[in-house]
Design a protein around this ligand. Structure first.
Ligand code: NAD
Ligand code: MG
Length: 391
């Protein structure tokens, strides 16, 4: 029986993870769960799964959940220290890191430092603190399994030998992208995109922030950086290919000309179940892929003129140090501001570029360096927004 700590239980990844736990009660048990503010969803989780510990983002949210769950034998807590504590609890074997954004970094690191299997959905934590994150993974000999569908596909397509990947045999990683809802829109039309339009992804049903990131291609930019850290490569080793059907989740190209791809219906339960059951496989209830129904798979190049975020991410990787934390922070502020109607859709990439190019990039020696860079970039982004020009 594997004990699961589910960080971000009320989100899209969180709900799919609960679905897998519910399908395999003899294999997995929910030890702990966290959410930021979603009281009703958490009450429902408590009633269905009866975890030992629950952590909410504020005292008032904690009190509301506790009050509605009287009689259940659950410890209700709140705040950052409690998040770290559930991720390192001795009853936990696997930590599903499914908090949205930079807020997921600290508890994910707490899970790594206590030697848990890490199921990484929260790409922002790896993007912002990449080197420190991977150093800790190595130091604590942690099994790190990527849940992001592309990285999960790459992981499955790399050679699975006891020695790990034979780096010299791999010639390219091919990262696929759906292209998002505005793949074939003109810049003029993209200028007036609304949050509701941007949140409607053609193939995947996801949380708001990643949906917007998919629409601006920042998600692919973050994933490019994520792939570099996970697989020890640089953006020069990764080709991004737009594949609107989202059936091939990514590929690995080898020096003999072979290309290995992982395919499946676009449903996050597949990579989640893979991570939870690795090195075995379990049922997910996802319908089998019907290639006759799919009929056609299309591929095209990404357009960095309309989607500059992809290039910004590669630039940030090559700048190194705090650049990735700066870009991520700018983007988190930009997306939240777009959702509130304070900046336009094209303003997101403009703001990201402005913040990245007007910040002095420093070294990352400690976690404080990452947090300082994040804080300063958020301040600068907010200041720039309050002065306008990002419509
Ligand atoms: P979501 O918005 O649906 O859920 C986010 C979860 O995190 C919720 O439980 C929320 O309560 C919690 N949360 C939000 N802000 C928080 C904060 N400040 N502190 C603590 N908890 C907080 O997001 P999602 O779509 O499930 O995505 C979660 C992560 O997984 C993201 O990093 C995303 O990039 C990644 N991811 C998601 C998908 C997907 O299909 N949804 C695919 C690949 C990767
Ligand atoms: Mg992805």
């Amino acid at each position: 029986m594997q004990g699961i700590c589910l960080l971000g239980a009320t989100g899209s990844i969180g709900q799919s993870t609960l679905d897998i736990i519910a399908q395999h009660p003899e294999k997995f048990t929910l030890i702990s769960a966290s959410a930021h503010q979603s009281v009703d969803k958490m009450v429902d989780i408590c009633r269905r799964f009866q975890p030992q510990r629950v952590v909410m983002g504020s005292q008032s949210a904690r009190d509301s959940v506790a009050q509605q769950c009287q009689g259940l034998n659950i410890s209700f807590e709140w705040g950052g220290a409690a998040l770290d504590s559930i991720a390192s609890d001795s009853a936990v074997d696997q930590v599903m890191a499914a908090i949205m954004g930079f807020a997921g970094l600290k508890p994910t690191l707490a899970g790594i430092r206590s030697g848990k299997r890490i199921l990484l959905a929260n790409k922002e934590s790896l993007v912002t603190a990449g080197q420190l994150f991977m150093d800790e993974v190595a130091r604590h000999k942690v099994t790190l399994l990527p849940i992001d569908s592309e990285h999960n596909a790459i992981y499955q397509s790399l050679p699975q030998t006891p020695q790990g990947a034979h780096q010299q045999d791999v010639s390219k990683i091919i990262l696929t992208a759906s292209g998002g809802p505005f793949r074939d829109w003109s810049l003029e039309d993209m200028a007036s995109v609304t949050p509701a339009q941007a949140c409607k992804h053609p193939n995947w049903s996801m949380g708001q922030k990643i949906s917007i990131d998919s629409a601006t291609l920042m998600n692919k930019g973050l994933e490019l950086i994520e792939a570099c850290w996970l697989f020890g490569v640089t953006p020069n080793d990764v080709d991004v290919v737009v594949h609107p059907e989202s059936i091939i989740h990514s590929m690995v190209s080898y020096r003999d000309g072979s290309v290995i791809a992982q395919m499946g219906n676009p449903d996050m339960k597949i990579p989640i179940a893979y991570g939870m059951s690795w090195p075995n496989r379990i049922e997910t209830s996802v319908p089998p892929l019907n290639l006759i129904d799919v009929a056609r798979l299309n591929f095209e190049s990404p357009d960095i003129t309309r989607f500059p975020n992809l290039k910004l991410a590669a630039d940030a990787w090559f700048m190194g140090g705090t650049a990735m934390a700066v870009l991520n922070a700018a983007n988190e502020v930009a997306v939240a501001s777009f959702l509130k109607g304070r900046i336009g859709f094209l303003g997101i990439a403009k703001l990201n570029e402005r913040v990245l190019t007007s910040t002095s990039i420093g070294r990352v020696d400690t976690l404080d360096d990452v947090f300082d860079a994040d804080r300063q970039a958020r301040l600068l982004a907010s200041e720039l927004i309050s002065h306008g020009h990002f419509s």
